[in-house]
Design a protein around this ligand. Structure first.
Ligand code: C5P
Length: 218
C-alpha cells in the first residue's frame, strides 16, 4: 500500500529535526534526516582529503561512499561504508563545509536516488530543504518551518553549549544564503506547503500543528 509522506523543509536551526522526530513518533511513522546524508557525504570527502570548494573534484567522487540512513525516529543513525558517523557529522568542520558540497549537482543527484529509495512506499516524515519541492512533491503534507534568526541562534547555541550567539547566528545565516541561492534544488517554500513559524511556539505546539495536518487526525 501507499503510506503517508510528511515533508518538512526549512532554514537551518528552525527546529526541523526535533519537530520531525516528534511528529514521526506521535504518528508511528519512520523518519529520514536528509541533511544527515549531505553531512555524511561531506564527512567522507573531508576524510578523503578532497577539496570541498572544488565542485569538479567533489562531483568526480560523489558516487563512491555507501551512505545508509536508519529510519527510527527514536534513534536515527547514519553510516558511511558501514561505519556509524552519527556523531562525527555534527562537527564544526562538517557544518561549515556542508553547504558548498550540497551545491554540487552530482551530489544532489546521488543523494536524491538514495532518499527516494528510503521513502519507498511512504509511512515516513522526511526533513530537509527540497523535500516538498524536488524529492517528493507528491507528499500529502508539506510544511515549511521557519523562525526568527535570533530564536534560531539561541536554540542552536543552547544545543551545542556555545556562548557566542553572534557567530552562531552568522554561521546559520551563511548556510541559509548558500542553500537558498544555489541553482539546483534551492531552499524554497514548496507549492502547497503550510508555513509554520516556530519563533513563539514550544516544540510541543509545533508538533501538534503538524500532526493536525495529517489525514485522519483533522
Ligand atoms: O538539516 P541540516 O542543517 O543538518 O543540513 C545540513 C546541510 O545539508 C544544509 O545546510 C544544506 O546545505 C544541505 N541540505 C540540502 N538539502 C537537503 C537537506 C540538507 O542541501 N534536503
Amino acid at each position: 500500500g501507499h503510506g503517508l509522506v510528511i515533508a518538512v523543509d526549512g532554514t537551518s536551526g528552525s527546529g526541523k529535526s526535533s519537530t520531525s522526530r516528534g511528529v514521526a513518533e506521535r504518528l508511528g511513522l519512520r523518519y529520514l534526516d536528509t541533511g544527515a546524508m549531505f553531512r555524511a557525504m561531506t564527512w567522507w570527502l573531508l576524510c578523503e582529503g578532497v577539496d570541498v570548494r572544488d565542485a569538479g573534484a567533489v562531483a568526480a567522487v560523489a558516487d563512491r561512499p555507501a551512505i545508509e540512513s536508519g529510519t527510527d525516529p527514536r534513534d536515527p543513525t547514519i553510516t558511511v561504508d558501514g561505519v556509524d558517523v552519527s556523531v562525527e557529522i555534527r562537527s564544526d568542520e562538517v557544518t561549515s563545509a556542508v553547504s558548498p558540497v550540497s551545491v554540487v549537482p552530482e551530489v544532489r543527484a546521488r543523494l536524491l536516488g538514495l532518499q527516494r529509495d528510503v521513502i519507498g512506499d511512504g509511512g515516513i516524515v522526511v526533513e530537509g530543504r527540497d523535500i516538498g519541492s524536488v524529492v517528493w512533491p507528491q507528499a500529502e503534507v508539506k510544511v515549511y518551518l521557519s523562525a526568527d534568526p535570533d530564536a534560531r541562534a539561541q536554540r542552536r547555541a543552547a544545543e551545542q553549549g556555545a556562548t557566542d550567539l553572534a557567530s552562531t547566528q552568522q554561521s546559520l545565516l551563511e548556510r541559509d544564503r548558500i542553500d537558498s541561492g544555489r541553482a539546483t534544488a534551492p531552499l524554497t517554500m514548496a507549492e502547497g506547503a503550510v508555513h509554520v513559524d516556530s519563533t513563539h511556539l514550544t516544540l510541543a505546539e509545533v508538533i501538534d500543528q503538524i500532526v493536525a495536518l495529517a489525514p485522519g487526525t483533522r
